[in-house]
Ligand binder design. Structure first.
Ligand code: NAP
Length: 489
């Protein structure tokens, strides 16, 4: 790998459409433009269209108008559009990865992994489009027939966060297109470029006008509020913080919208004394450091059996300390910047709070001086029970380690959170593995592995991590309604 040149960066930025995509047309935003920043240097990359509430309404108008035809479009053709888009993404993997690194900061190798992961949802749902099935049954009294069909929900609003700029979109857009829904997509204002590039790819892949409309905006509440209140909207799928998710859910109650809520996490990573410590450290590295720790699935706290907690923390600190921090476009960089100053301040506050209460930094513990929003990879040992970072989502490269005495204590500690997205468990005892998986209050478990994301599996949480599933056979159900027809013979 060689370091990327400024002209390559400029070429990739020049290729992205920077306007709103509404009803098959690229048009200016009524509120002018806003700038997208490179978090590694804290400087603007480019300007993109800023939508008003009227622009957002025009996007919903287009989605509603396209809905009647799109819901009748042959499923095979819906699937083939997705398949063509999947192939186009893979063919342009390097360019899309660079774009993502520029706007979000993660190292190029991680951006490439997200491009592949994000594209995979389009491939998976291209295959699901032709597997939407119903049922035919004889009524129990033998007289009537019970016919069950599945139909597209209708116009959807899809709101996504900044941390996975492409995949958080394709997880929603793939099943919505496959199911025959139309949509308005609102990417995060910090990272809208990958989604704009995706909209262009879908347009080029033959997606009819109005099926997908993209609105980038600085005033998300002002632009999205009227859409959520519009009785023509049928569904809201949101990925983001629990705080915003709850607000949107409240707004959505007026129209009783179908909802999918992919919210925050506070994942425990449990290592039992029968685990292979080196394997567990390797898994911890992935679960903690993927996406610079800015993942809803990031291991937020490490609960390790007392007898191995010391060596585990030391080995993890050695690995994290050896990671190269820098701009994601540079050769050999493992850890990019955090997304902005406010995110870095939050990480700093959480670490300072833990250290103030007695936690011991084995490595890191500081923000980096200079341009960009860098924070050093950090391992904290002896983290006390009252440290705030055990309860709050850290969203940064910080690993707090705590020791436990027995299985019950480990499970109680893991479940002592309002969140319930994912947990990680390391053990070589099969019976214990199943016992613990059953008792964990989460939507997903990584068993002897530090990553769960897979387009073919149902991703999602319980408790304050939300509800609904993205990916797997379950993913398309979020975009389908069941209709029952009582047949008189
Ligand atoms: P966020 O602040 O909740 O924002 C998410 C999206 O909602 C952005 O597009 C944002 O727009 C928009 N938004 C904010 N306020 C809104 C409002 N009043 N009306 C309509 N839209 C509004 O979350 P974030 O900081 O971008 O993302 C980080 C969070 O996402 C973390 O908590 C993480 O755990 C969670 N996450 C969850 C999953 C999952 O699958 N469970 C996956 C990834 C991330 P602006 O950009 O304009 O603010």
């Amino acid at each position: 790998m060689t370091t990327i040149t400024a002209s390559e960066e400029q070429r990739v930025l020049d290729n992205v459409p920077k306007r709103l995509y509404i009803g098959g047309e690229w048009r200016d935003g009524s509120k002018g433009t806003f700038s997208v920043e490179d978090p590694a240097i804290g400087e603007p990359l480019c300007e993109i269209a800023d939508a008003s509430a009227d622009d957002a309404k025009a996007a919903l108008d287009a989605a509603v108008e396209a809905g009647a035809h799109w819901s009748q479009h042959p499923p095979r053709e819906r699937g083939e559009i997705l398949r063509r888009a999947f192939e186009a993404i893979i063919a342009r993997e390097d360019e899309l990865a660079l774009l993502m690194t520029l706007e979000m900061g993660k190292p190029l190798k991680e951006s490439k992994a997200e491009v592949a992961y994000g594209a995979e949802f389009l491939r998976w749902f291209s295959e699901q489009a032709v597997r939407i099935e119903g049922r035919y049954a004889v009524a129990p009294n033998g007289q009537g027939r019970l016919l069950t069909m599945q139909q597209p929900v209708g116009p959807c609003l899809l709101i996504t966060p900044w941390n996975f700029p492409l995949a958080m979109g394709t997880r929603k857009i793939g099943p919505a297109i496959a199911a025959g829904c139309t949509m308005v997509v609102k990417p995060a204002q910090l990272t809208p470029l990958s989604m704009l590039a995706l909209a262009k790819i879908l347009e080029d892949a033959g997606l009819p006008s109005g099926v997908l409309n993209l609105v980038s905006a600085t005033s998300s509440g002002e632009t999205m509020g009227p859409l959520i209140a519009d009785p023509r909207l049928r569904k809201l799928s949101f990925t983001g913080s629990t705080e915003v998710g709850k607000k949107l859910m409240e707004q959505a109650s007026d129209n009783l919208l179908r909802l999918s809520m992919e919210l925050g996490g506070n994942a425990p990573f449990i290592v039992f004394d029968d685990a292979d410590v080196d394997d567990a450290v390797q898994g911890a590295l992935i679960a903690k450091m993927r996406n610079i720790g800015e993942a809803c699935t990031a291991a937020n706290r490490f609960h390790v059996a007392e007898s191995i907690a010391g060596p585990f923390a030391e080995k993890l600190a050695e690995k994290l300390g050896a990671m190269k921090v820098g701009r994601g476009t540079e050769d050999g960089v493992d850890v990019g910047p955090l997304i902005d100053q406010s995110q870095r301040s939050k990480v700093t506050e959480l670490v300072d709070d833990a250290v103030g209460r007695g936690a011991r930094p084995l490595v890191g513990g500081h923000a980096r001086e200079g341009a960009g929003y860098f924070y050093d990879p950090t391992v904290l040992a002896d983290v006390p029970d009252d440290a705030n970072l055990l309860r709050e989502e850290i969203f940064g490269p910080v690993a707090p380690v705590r020791a436990f005495d027995d299985e019950d204590e480990a499970i109680a500690a893991a479940n002592a959170t309002e969140y319930g997205l994912v947990a990680y468990v390391y053990t070589s005892n099969f019976k214990r593995a199943l016992r613990v998986c059953e008792r964990l209050e989460t939507g997903m478990v990584g068993l002897n592995q530090g990553m769960v994301s897979n387009a073919a599996a149902p991703f999602g949480g319980i408790k304050q991590s939300g509800f609904g599933r993205e990916g797997g056979p379950e993913g398309i159900q979020e975009y389908l309604e069941t209709k029952y027809v009582a047949v008189n013979l």
